[in-house]
Design a protein around this ligand. Structure first.
Ligand code: SAH
Ligand code: MG
Length: 199
């Protein structure tokens, strides 16, 4: 297991796959244990690094993870197999904004780690699949230090992406259904707890 994780870290560097920072995944694994999380939905599998670590953080936890890129999806499946986690991780090959999950599905934790310009859309769509008291965690809210600095950037794709992340942060702060805390861990995490809290 350990060696597969190291192998994935190496693959990610060599192939420019933006896997989560170690401190951030360590925080999420801790969160899963401390909050008795049993089901996770991840948006953005890449090669399965974070899904595999989340699935191995507790013996009962199961993970569904969504990926739209075929090469990464295939690589993810391969890694899940290597780690012997096929029973705990369900990998879905589709665009998360097009996928129709069965209406009755519910998750304790939803991890948003896909296209940064779409965070608000992911949140609005998938909050309907949370268990009461569930949580939505989002990665990369600092976006390497650009977030909060969009006014200093020249017009272009980067500026508009940074503005979208800033918009998402404002959306979370103003959201009355969720309590959000922002953590300065790794590339920046938000933890948004649904206020409806009978579990
Ligand atoms: N969670 C992974 C890293 C994910 S990188 C880890 O830490 O190990 C972000 C991934 O999201 C990319 O592989 C990208 O292809 C995928 N992605 C982006 N937008 C998506 C969408 N709308 N639906 C599904 N996957 C998406
Ligand atoms: Mg990320």
């Amino acid at each position: 297991m350990k060696e597969h994780i190291l192998e994935m870290e190496k693959y990610a560097i060599e192939n420019n796959v933006p896997i989560i920072e170690k401190k951030s995944i360590a925080f999420i694994m801790r969160y899963i244990k401390d909050h008795n999380v049993k089901s996770v939905l991840e948006i953005g599998s890449a090669i399965g690094y974070s899904a595999i670590l989340m699935a191995s953080s507790d013996k009962d936890v199961v993970v569904t993870t969504i990926e739209r890129d075929e090469t990464r999806y295939m690589e993810c499946l391969k890694n899940v197999k290597k780690c012997g986690l096929e029973k705990k991780i369900n990998v879905v090959y589709q665009d998360a904004l097009e996928l129709n999950l069965s209406e009755e599905l519910r998750y304790d934790l939803i991890f948003i780690d896909a296209a940064k310009g779409q965070y608000t859309k992911f949140f609005e769509k998938y909050k309907n699949f949370l268990n009461p008291g569930g949580v939505i965690i989002t990665d990369n809210l600092k976006f390497h230090g650009y977030v909060g600095e969009s006014s200093k950037l020249d017009k272009g794709n980067l500026k508009s992406l940074v503005e979208k992340i800033e918009g998402y942060i404002a959306f979370l702060k103003n959201n009355e259904e969720f309590d959000t805390v922002f953590k300065d861990i790794g590339d920046g995490l938000s933890i948004s707890t649904w206020k409806k809290d009978e579990k």
